[in-house]
Design a protein around this ligand. Structure first.
Ligand code: LMR
Length: 332
């Protein structure tokens, strides 16, 4: 009797799950940041557009905050087909063998979003995405987050202040070199582990766009932050190529349109979101926000721009020079 009851409950549960998955196609979209961030909001917006426009034929399940997978695992999961869509930071493609993407990590290579968009929304950006195809991945779009600020439990006004500090970074060799150039000790660590590492002192500091710092509550465990805006952090939205190519053409066309609109949305809100989140960090009173003087900014640039030349060979294909040409960057 008991067993029968259990079987009934199980079959009901199955029925409910079956109803919830009545869609012809399910896209699991995994990411590592909070929902209340530029990426989190854009993922939700894509879900809304995709489901509405396909009239429910496609269901998008968004899993934020490393709920399903951490940084490294999510890339493996995508290649295995356990999830269909991700938007990893451009700093995380090196371990996949696509180290060209680390060009976006070069300190001070972009002064603002306009310069960046010349690359991400132009031929160089498209060319880079096409390199992922040999890895079973299709790149659909670039979504912005923002420019990074350094944080620690001591004031960071000059490169000398970084000496000996353990700094958490994403898995990018360019970021490793960046921290070394400041005399710091880079520690690669999953995003989901960073708050705790800062809280317990496993690392001393890190770098983030304000939206990530605030939504992971890192500002509660970092007393000082300097608005250096020394580097960019943004995303490539990627899908499992086999899954994407296997979709009926009409469905794919609708999803491409939804992605285009979600991309415009993401790139429209990113700057404001980060400005607002920086203001919230400041208002919390937990982190002292420091704006460097022109001379201090020059000192950071002097220490960090040589990273371009050091990493030129790793990035390869004259990509650094191509970007200089596109944005008008001059190294001095
Ligand atoms: C990080 O690991 O710091 C970021 O890549 C997290 C993210 O996805 O913005």
């Amino acid at each position: 009797m008991k067993l029968k009851y259990a079987a009934l409950i199980a079959s009901l549960a199955f029925g409910v799950a079956g109803a919830a998955n009545a869609a012809d196609f399910v896209i699991k979209f995994s990411h590592v940041v909070a929902q209340d961030t530029p990426k989190g909001k854009a993922a939700e917006y894509f879900k809304k557009l995709a489901e509405e426009r396909t009239k429910g034929r496609v269901q998008v399940q968004v899993f934020p905050n490393s709920q399903l997978y951490k940084d490294k695992e999510e890339l493996e999961a995508l290649q295995l087909g356990a999830v269909q869509m991700l938007a990893p930071s451009l700093a995380k493609f090196g371990p996949l063998g696509a180290k060209e993407f680390e060009v976006f990590d070069l300190p001070y290579i972009f002064d603002n979003y306009d310069e960046l968009h010349k690359v991400t929304q132009g031929p160089i950006g498209m060319q880079l995405l096409s390199k992922l195809e040999s890895k079973g991945i299709k790149g659909l779009a670039y979504w912005d987050n923002g420019f990074k600020i350094f944080s620690a439990n001591k004031p960071l006004k000059s490169p000398a202040d970084f000496k000996g500090l353990k700094m958490r970074i994403q898995s990018s060799k360019v970021l490793e070199e960046e921290m070394r150039s400041l005399g710091a000790l880079p520690q690669v660590m999953a995003f989901s582990e960073t708050y705790q590492a800062l809280q317990t002192g496993v690392v001393d500091g890190t770098e983030n766009p304000p939206s990530n710092m605030l939504t992971q509550k890192m500002h509660e465990v970092q007393k000082y932050a300097t608005v250096t805006n020394h580097g960019y952090l943004g995303y490539a939205v990627i899908v499992n190529k086999k899954f994407w190519d296997g979709l009926p053409a009409d469905v794919r066309t609708i999803l491409d349109g939804a992605m285009k609109d979600a991309t415009n949305y993401a790139n429209k809100i990113a700057k404001q979101e980060n400005d607002d989140d920086l203001a919230k960090i400041k208002a919390s009173g937990k982190t002292q926000i420091y704006i460097p003087t022109a001379a201090e900014r020059d000192a950071f640039k002097k220490a960090l721009v040589p990273v371009h030349t050091k990493m030129d060979d790793r990035i390869g294909e004259g990509l650094v020079q191509l970007i200089y040409k596109q944005t008008g960057f001059t190294p001095n």
